[in-house]
Design a protein around this ligand. Structure first.
Ligand code: WQD
Length: 340
């Protein structure tokens, strides 16, 4: 599959792991990133992992002139779109900023792609478009009831893609709704690298394991789950990245549009994750149980049947893999930072 792919947000957490899998699949990739939530030295580390030069244009998907230049200089067969903001809590505080980046940014990109006759798009969406589940495992045809500006942004982008295809059948899309990405690349050269104190569970536990944070706050242990703590469908970021290659293949080879949940079908609790992380780092990790976090739900996990039947997708990495690769990544990063 020797095609050329535009990868927006390719220096970010999931984007950089997708870059590695795209190159491994024999694709030529060009990254676009504004580095608002990524370090520039990710590109050097991607060159080490892939053994090849990385082509990256620094700029913003909101900048139509910049996008036109990138598209004029490269003949792309498809685009994979990650560039955007993804913190649920932050989206409640800054809905305008989130709409501008996530929705206006995406529509600007789509207009530029259309102008350049590039009409295959893999879109990074989220399972939080479903809101509170009526039934678990979550069926693919579950109603969408987004409960945050972030989730509503993603649903608006999905709707725009569907509207485009209705207006012009030359478009094809792969809308991928993820559950909870976690873990890092086995090389320990790339991984989750949040700028501030993490909202998500695994990067927070990682910071407790490195000693950067004192203890984990377990947000409630009175949920309707086996041990009372929240249960989620954590999916290894490398499995997630590979799912994007399978979605892209569906578009490039057959132009078959699809909307698919990418999940493992297995739910793990907060305490399951904490124990697995202790095993990975060889330390006892302190925690305290606090009140529930606003908006959290008891349990949330998917059904990977459609992804398997449609894309041949199957997550093969388990919670131990996620914790071990995360620990290897953060401990290497901490050691290199402390190195004179
Ligand atoms: C997981 C569990 C918390 C932190 C979020 C976004 C979603 C998606 C994935 C983008 C919950 C508990 C957490 C902590 C804790 N992102 N927890 N202490 O909320 O399921 O989903 O990330 O698409 O949009 O909503 O993930 O990692 O924040 O929480 O006890 O310090 O861990 O209560 O049960 P969440 P999370």
């Amino acid at each position: 599959m020797s095609s050329k792919v535009l990868l927006t947000g390719g220096a970010g957490y999931i984007g950089s792991h997708t870059y590695v899998e795209l190159v491994a699949a024999g694709l030529e990739v060009v990254i676009v990133d504004n580095f608002s939530n990524a370090r520039r030295d990710v590109l050097d580390r991607l060159e080490i992992i892939t053994g090849a030069k990385v082509t990256c244009y620094e700029g913003d998907v909101l900048d139509a002139g910049f996008l036109d230049q990138v598209l004029a200089e490269n003949a792309f067969d498809a685009a994979v779109h990650y560039a955007g903001k993804k913190a649920v809590g932050e989206s409640v505080e800054n809905p305008l900023d989130y709409f501008r980046t996530n929705c206006v940014g995406f529509s600007t990109l789509l207009a530029a792609l259309d102008e350049a006759d590039v009409r295959r798009v893999v879109f990074s969406s989220t399972a939080t478009v479903y809101g509170k589940p009526d039934i678990l495992p979550l069926p693919e045809n579950h109603a969408t009831r987004p409960e945050s500006p972030y989730a509503e942004n993603k649903l608006i982008c999905e709707t725009l893609l569907r509207q485009l295809k209705t207006s012009d059948d030359r478009w094809s899309y792969g809308i991928l709704r993820y559950f909870n990405p976690a873990g890092a690349h086995p090389s320990s050269l790339i991984g989750e690298d949040p700028n501030d104190i993490p909202n998500n569970l695994m990067p927070y536990i990682a910071r407790v394991a490195t000693g950067d944070l004192a203890r984990l706050r377990v947000f409630g242990d009175d949920y309707d789950t086996p041990d009372g703590t929240g249960v989620r469908d954590y999916i290894h970021v490398v499995d997630l990245a590979k799912g994007h290659i399978q979605s892209l293949r569906k578009l490039i080879d057959k132009d078959e549009s699809h909307i698919v949940n990418l999940s493992t079908g297995t739910g793990y609790s907060v305490l399951d994750m904490l124990r697995a992380y202790e095993k990975a780092c060889g330390k006892t990790l302190p925690y305290e149980v606090t009140g529930r976090r606003a908006g959290d739900i008891d349990g949330f996990w998917g059904d990977p049947t459609l992804a398997s039947n449609l894309l041949g997708f199957k997550a093969v990495r388990d919670l131990d893999d996620m914790c071990q690769t995360s620990w290897n990544w953060v401990s290497r990063k901490t050691n290199s930072r402390n190195r004179p």
